[in-house]
Design a binder for this molecule. Structure first.
Ligand code: HEC
Length: 214
């Protein structure tokens, strides 16, 4: 109420010494008067007969700021980009960069599977969920390289039940999920948390065991 009173005073005149308010009463009770004023303001703000014109902005305090907006441009900056590119080797907060980027063999020998030997229903369910979403379309739901898009691919996805993949250490499969391999793209942006990627490795191991014993 105080705010509206002041606003009206700013727009319609100064309060005189000793006078309580110069807001016209319009013959209404105070509450109705304020409601009428708010309605009036809202209709003013909403008023926009020509769509290519800006609305009337009654309170402009926060409208124009010096802060840089996303997608803004700045004639003084290289490439006129207002948003600065992070310096080389900078890392987002709370993110540990992947150590073995471009080094599948290092990943294979040095990465330890934190879920090694953990074939609990929770882990396998998590692994299956990710496998069915991200991998089965190419590698097939049992990992045999017979996913639904496989026949249409020039280089068909290999079977994950091959002796080659069975012999891969867990770290190598984790690396391939994280960074991709050859024609296969990386999945670290889709399968963000590392635990899910390790669960996926364990799920592939389960598929391999089941295939071997059949
Ligand atoms: C778009 C199809 C596609 C999807 C989806 C896909 N892959 Fe692959 N994958 C491939 C192809 C093609 C290769 C062979 C790439 C190469 O070596 O050039 C491959 C290779 C692999 C290999 C190495 C096999 C070998 O014999 O060298 C592994 C392991 C693997 N993928 C696991 C996965 C997992 C796990 C997922 C799910 C997160 C997945 N892939 C999703 C197409 C796919």
């Amino acid at each position: 109420m105080y705010f509206i009173d002041n606003l009206l005073l700013n727009y319609f005149g100064k309060k005189n010494e000793g006078e309580i308010s110069v807001v016209p009463s319009m013959g209404l009770k105070p509450t109705c008067r304020y409601a009428a004023v708010v309605l009036m303001m809202m209709s003013l703000i909403g008023c926009n007969a020509k769509k290519d014109q800006t609305n009337i902005e009654l309170i402009q305090d926060m409208m124009d700021q010096i802060s840089v907006k996303a997608q803004d441009w700045d004639a003084d900056k290289p490439e006129m980009r207002a948003n600065l590119v992070p310096p080389e080797k900078s890392v987002p907060r709370n993110v540990t960069p992947y150590k073995y980027s471009g080094k599948p063999l290092d990943a294979e020998t040095k990465l330890e599977n934190p879920l090694r030997g953990n074939f609990s229903p929770q882990v396998l369910e998590l692994g299956k969920k990710k496998f069915d979403i991200y991998c089965a379309i190419c590698h097939g739901s049992l990992g045999r390289g017979d996913g639904s898009v496989a026949p249409k691919m020039i280089l068909p996805p290999p079977s994950l039940m091959s002796q080659k993949v069975i012999d891969f250490k867990d770290g190598r499969i984790f690396h391939i999920i994280t960074e991709g391999q050859g024609l296969m793209g990386p999945y670290s942006t889709q399968i963000v948390d590392e635990k899910s990627r390790w669960a996926l490795v364990n799920y592939i191991r389960t598929l391999q065991k089941n295939t071997q014993t059949k």
